[in-house]
Design a protein. Structure first.
Lengths: 511, 382
């Protein structure tokens, strides 16, 4: 075999003392495609940022050898000159510029007078399109006229134009249709024959299996193993990816599960930018009195979109049927959802959860302030009483209820957002990643609170990307993948492997 | 360096204090330059009457800005509503009380119309304001036929030109001071109950004494001329009512929430569109009051009334410490901002400074004030 084109050894990268990467090795030969696998948050993206010098040399430990020489790049520009080009999950194209202009952005060919040499650029762009089997693309037209699949290939053209020798593809098929994916995989095979190496990050193991020669698995920032694809089965890869032990404690308590209170039928959400693509495709489920229903899935599986659609806050085209207590329910806005007793604690706390300049207490009463007012005049005593009760019940640590919420820790902010929704007396509570960015102590308190709520009869829908947490508190687990429901399991000794396999699409419609 | 930091902290915490110091400096300068003519009771009375119209607009504008929007149409709307009032008075002999009701309703409807475009049809408020600026000015020219319309009703003229009898002024002053004492005591009790730090008694006493001096001085200075002008009284009533609205009503709370984080507020189940539209309705009502006052003061409806009024109102809000990013600001600040603008106008006119210089100075002060605000709030940014 030829010598390695890229050799990363013992990469360690820490963020304020926490090691996101802890001794990762990655080797790539010319013309080889390496699949990089791991769960959400395993450190894949961080590793690629080290490689492409988004984190410059000196910000991390270990060494990178490129083409036999040590690489000490200070920025993305240097790694691109060397021939390492990263294609991000969110495409970096300028929609209103033409294909040619995008391909040559920052790399323009100029005439001797300093003006743009469009003739030369168009010619070269057309050549690249032909090389990528897209000769029908008119390079003078704006990129926005072409769909997601074409745009992905235009990104690759841009990379090839920079004479890339190593392409890093971060979830390249996450926004593509099946047919577009097949074309992309073909192109990757073609590039391999021409000696271009690839590192492909993907949750879709069938795609990894189709094009990769070697698999490297990382978990929690550690290097788990590197093996030739031929020696591995998909099941083995899943075991390597998950393998985490449940170390946290979950305050699971016996509680009674009653009749069905809430049903969502045929939830479908179309992508905002690409309405042809469905982010959520005909998902139906029901929720029982006093039940915690976990929703597992990989990032981009459409879980947040589904929650937003139910809550009346999905901005794109969507359709669904809801039933509460057997009665049809229409929810056109969050206001109507809250009034009907459906509450959502959103995923992005900073953008969608807190009102940063206002006090903790005022954040808590924001949703139902009218309950503490007569003729629009706030009854301050009644309001403060409600606030104090919530602060005490959820153990929110704040010097005063009037203190601006932005000064609080993430865990206490999250508890305040929860308190806000509890004041609205929900019958159905949707929690989207309720423990993200929350310390262990606050996590435990949130689980405790969930237990207390289901005992009161609240039905909880909990979206989480942390499998141990999901399996630790849920009564039942739904698994979604690529916008569809791929599993519905009673959580009775359910294993992480089973859920992960369903999420990746290895087990069809179990149970 | 440390001393500078401390001063910076004090000012960013007590923005009002910084503004009052600015006013004191400006007044001292003009008094010195005019050899005392600036600080006569006649001129002070005049100054407050001049600021009243801008202040009314600023009281509405401050909420629009807190909610993260802007309204550029208020100058033209003021003119239009003032013109309509003049026409109703002259051509239809509508009694003043009815005129007041009609124009207030019309103002509110025009404001809600603007707000509907902003909140429900999602046209940026900057554009809606720009469009309204032209449309309302055009409508005013149509209504007045491009000519000045002198008004006839005595009550109407009195709305802009009358003064309160001295005795009534003193009674109001005493009542107001009593209210301040009660409010201070209540705030203290409330803060103590929720384990918040309470300022020492001497500090509270000094604050009340200062308030007593300001109120007493204000009333006696105005009384030693003709009494409290009606528009100034109206302005003070609006100040009180709107400050109360900001702190103690559901609507007021929601305005701040919408401006600080619109998405989070919407996802909390608040009808944010309705909040935004209502704000513009309130702004329209303020335009109506300002328009009536303006027409009454000039005793005529004029096709150029309220020209550039929106800029003075917006500048007053920003000078008064309203955040450009939305979510914070006070009515009192906006009023003091209006007082600073009016003081500059009045003082420079008194010193017969060329009008082009007046514009240059006012523009520079606005720039400086906002820059100081940005610099002083830098520490709290993350």
């Amino acid at each position: 075999m030829a010598d390695y084109l890229l050799e990363m050894r013992g990469i360690v990268k820490a963020f304020s003392g926490v090691k996101a990467l802890n001794g990762i090795d990655l080797r790539v030969r010319p013309g080889e495609c390496v699949g990089l696998c791991g769960e959400n948050g395993a450190g894949k993206s961080t590793l690629m940022k080290v490689l492409s010098a988004v984190y410059p040399y000196g910000d991390w430990e270990g060494s990178i050898h490129w083409d036999g020489q040590e690489l000490r790049a200070r920025g993305v520009r240097e790694t691109e000159t060397a021939g390492i080009v990263i294609i991000h999950q969110e495409l970096m194209l300028v929609p209103h510029l033409s294909v040619t202009e995008n391909v040559f952005l920052g790399n323009e060919i100029t005439t001797r007078l300093g003006t743009l040499d469009y003739a030369a650029m168009h010619r070269r762009a057309a050549e690249l399109m032909a090389e990528l089997k897209m000769p029908h693309v008119n390079v003078a037209r704006p990129v926005a006229q072409y769909g997601g699949g074409h745009q992905q290939l235009i990104e690759i053209a841009k990379a090839l134009n920079k004479r890339a020798r190593l392409l890093i593809l971060d979830e390249p098929t996450s926004s593509l249709t099946k047919a577009e994916t097949a074309i992309l995989l073909d192109i990757i095979r073609d590039l391999k024959r021409k000696g271009v190496a690839c590192v492909m990050i993907s949750h879709k193991l069938d795609e990894i299996e189709a094009v990769c020669d070697t698999i490297t698995v990382i978990r929690d920032g550690r290097h788990i193993g590197t093996r030739p694809m031929g020696e591995l089965t998909v099941d083995q890869i899943i075991t390597m990816m998950v393998g985490r032990e449940i170390t946290e404690l979950f305050p699971r308590e016996a509680h009674e599960i009653g009749e069905v209170v809430f049903e969502a039928r045929h939830v479908t959400c179309h992508d905002i930018d690409n309405p042809m693509r469905k982010r959520v495709d005909d998902v139906s489920f029901s929720l029982r009195h006093g039940e915690i229903l976990g929703v597992a899935g990989l990032v981009g599986a459409g879980r947040t979109e589904m929650a937003m659609a139910i809550f009346g806050s999905y901005p794109g085209r969507h359709g669904l049927e809801l039933r509460l207590d057997g009665q049809p329910l229409r929810v056109r806005s969050p206001q109507e959802a809250v009034e009907a007793g459906i509450c959502l604690v959103p995923e992005d706390r900073k953008r969608h959860g807190i009102v940063p300049l206002m006090g903790v207490g005022y954040n808590i009463t924001l949703s139902v302030l009218q309950h503490y007012a007569r003729l629009g005049l706030i009854d301050e005593a009644a309001e403060l009483k409600a606030i104090e009760e919530m602060i005490a019940r959820l153990h929110i640590k704040t010097a005063s209820p009037l203190l601006a919420i932005r000064g609080l820790s993430g865990g206490n902010q999250q508890k305040a957002v929860l308190a806000k929704m509890l004041l609205a007396r929900p019958r159905v509570l949707i929690l989207d990643e309720p423990t993200r960015g929350v310390d262990v102590g606050a996590k435990y308190e949130i689980y405790k609170l969930m237990m207390a709520l289901v005992k009161e009869g609240v039905a909880i829908l909990m979206i989480s990307s942390e499998l141990p947490e999901l399996l630790g508190v849920s009564d039942r687990v739904l698994v979604s993948g690529e916008g569809r429901l791929r599993g519905d399991f009673i959580n009775d000794g359910l294993s992480q492997e089973t859920v992960m396999a369903a999420a990746i699409g290895q087990i069809a419609e179990a149970a | 360096m440390n001393a500078l930091r401390t001063i910076q902290e004090v000012f960013s915490r007590y923005k009002i204090l910084a503004l009052l110091i600015a006013i004191a400096l400006i007044w001292a300068f003009f008094t010195w330059q005019s050899e005392g003519a600036f600080l006569t009771s006649r001129n002070i009375s005049n100054l407050f009457r001049q600021m009243a119209i801008t202040a009314m607009l600023a009281c509405g504008m401050v909420f629009v800005i807190i909610a993260g929007e802007i309204d550029l149409s208020v100058g033209s709307m003021l003119g239009l509503l003032g013109g309509v009032a003049a026409v109703l008075d002259v051509s239809f002999q509508v009694p003043f009380w009815a005129n007041l009701c009609i124009v207030l309703t019309l103002g509110m409807l025009l404001g809600l119309f603007n707000g509907y475009w902003v909140a429900y049809l999602r046209v940026p408020s900057f554009i809606v304001g720009l469009a309204g600026m032209l449309v309302f000015r055009g409508a005013l020219l149509a209504v007045t036929d491009g000519a000045t319309i002198p008004i006839e009703s005595k009550a109407f003229v009195g709305f802009g030109q009358a003064y309160l009898p001295a005795g009534v002024g003193y009674v109001l002053a005493v009542l107001l001071f009593g209210l301040m004492v009660v409010l201070t005591l209540r705030t203290r009790a409330g803060r103590r109950r929720y384990q918040l730090e309470v300022a020492p008694w001497w500090q509270e006493g000094a604050k009340l004494a200062a308030i007593a001096i300001i109120i007493g001085g204000f009333v006696s200075v105005l009384n030693s001329y003709e009494g409290i002008p009606v528009p100034v009284l109206l302005m003070l009533v609006i100040l009180g009512a709107f400050s109360f609205m900001a702190r103690r009503t559901v609507f007021g709370r929601r305005i701040y929430a919408v401006g600080s984080n619109l998405e989070a507020t919407r996802l909390s189940g608040v009808n944010t569109k309705l909040v935004k539209m209502s704000l513009f309705g309130l702004m329209g009502a303020m335009c109506a009051l300002a328009g009536l006052t303006n027409t009454a003061r000039l005793a005529a409806g004029s096709p150029s009334a309220g020209n550039m009024g929106e800029l003075d109102a917006i500048a007053s809000c920003f000078i008064g410490g309203t955040s450009m990013r939305g979510g914070s600001g006070t009515v009192l600040g906006a009023i003091i901002g209006a007082l600073i603008m009016a003081s500059l106008d009045n003082g420079m006119s008194m010193l017969s400074v060329e009008s082009y210089w007046q514009m240059i100075v006012k523009g520079s002060i606005l720039l400086l004030a906002v820059w100081l605000d940005v610099v002083s709030s830098k520490g709290s940014e993350r």
